[in-house]
Design a protein around this ligand. Sequence first.
Ligand SMILES: [Zn+2]
Length: 76
Amino acid sequence: MPDFMDHIQQHAEDVAADALAAHARRSQQVGRTTCANLDCGEAIAKERTALGAQLCLDCQSAEESRAAHFKAWGRR
Ligand SMILES: [Zn+2]
């Protein structure tokens, strides 16, 4: 039943396209133009905003090293 299989495949492609579009919309919504850290407030590059960035590079790397440190201690 080739017609049936074509229909299924087309449907799968539509669903994937919808998911990608929804993800793109979400990313645009969550991206910030200034750092979410209120003590910082540094401007975020628009390339990072487009990727959904919440923190400036300094705060992001500080947050990541803090998280890595916390994970290391949590292992004890
Ligand atoms: Zn910051």
